[in-house]
Design a protein around this ligand. Structure first.
Ligand SMILES: [Zn+2]
Length: 282
């Protein structure tokens, strides 16, 4: 049986931890439990501020209370803005980010200006895994694609506390494996599958990670994500729209038919989502 992240909600009952949730995370314990059990989203992106940040990042929720309390005083609420750059290739990673909503693209950028998304991070993971596992800098960029809220923490802080947080170590190692599998799948997809299939795959993975039907859409943006030229993306999107699979305008795309979108995609989206589920959650 694959292991899944299970928030240890039943064991978090003492007063100090309830106070910590209220004072540091701005989340009343009762509200937190209600939302956790119902699985409901808090709504659209909100302004930065600890008092308005939902805590639904599954990696953080997967920590036992004793490990969470070691990190929580240093967690800062963070608002992810569309196209915001979180990490620059080759630069030292200052912060690690834990999205509660939205998604972040981890992108390989070549010297000639071309780029390719190698993994997509949502509330199941964090941005900066490599930095936490020993590398101070990474050769990958990270850009917000779907805005939302979440938390950030200084990389040096979390590295210093890693030896005292074995469950976090295990979860990060799983995330590293999941990201590696995702990058491998995308490499094969980019080499062997048509642009229409890749576009459909990207939309399905993005929707699975965000739970929203309307997604960001510009030819330039998708060309960067898919490693394709803008004319190819335009043609692919036009073909999908003509077939009644999607509709798009004003920078957003709407999925009109999930079954048609799945039929249009290659199997890579299933492989990506299934590997995440096997390794923890998605
Ligand atoms: Zn594919």
């Amino acid at each position: 049986m694959p292991m899944r992240f299970q928030p240890k909600i039943s064991s978090v009952r003492n007063k100090s931890l309830r106070r910590l949730f209220r004072t540091r995370l701005g989340v009343e314990w009762g509200t937190y439990i209600t939302k956790l059990k119902s699985g409901k989203r808090r709504g659209p992106a909100q302004e930065p501020g600890i008092s308005s940040a939902p805590l639904s990042n599954r990696l953080l929720l997967g920590l036992p209370p004793e490990e969470f309390t070691l990190l929580s005083p240093e967690l800062e609420a963070f608002s992810f803005r569309s196209r915001q750059r979180l990490h620059e290739p080759g630069s030292e990673v200052e912060f690690v980010f834990f999205p509660s909503e939205g998604t972040v693209s981890v992108v390989l950028e070549l010297h000639d200006g071309r780029s390719l998304e190698v993994s997509m991070v949502g509330k199941e993971g964090c941005v900066g895994t490599a930095a936490l596992l020993g590398m101070k800098s990474v050769q990958l960029g990270a850009t917000v694609q779907v805005p939302g809220t979440g938390f950030r923490i200084r990389a040096e802080v979390i590295r210093d506390r890693l030896s005292a947080t074995p469950i976090l170590q295990m979860l990060l190692a799983r995330r590293a494996v999941a990201e590696n599998l995702q990058a491998s799948q995308i490499a094969a997809c980019t080499r062997f599958h048509r642009i229409e299939q890749r576009l459909a795959r990207w939309l399905l993975v993005c929707r699975a990670k965000t739970g929203v039907e309307r997604l960001p859409f510009t030819q330039e943006f998708l060309a960067e994500m898919l490693g394709a030229g803008r004319p190819s993306v335009t043609l692919a999107a036009g073909a999908l729209q003509k077939a009644g699979v999607i509709s798009y305008n004003r920078g957003t795309v709407r999925i009109e038919s999930t079954s048609k979108l799945e039929a249009a995609a290659c199997d890579c989206y299933r492989a990506i989502l299934e590997s995440e589920t096997e390794l923890g959650d998605c």
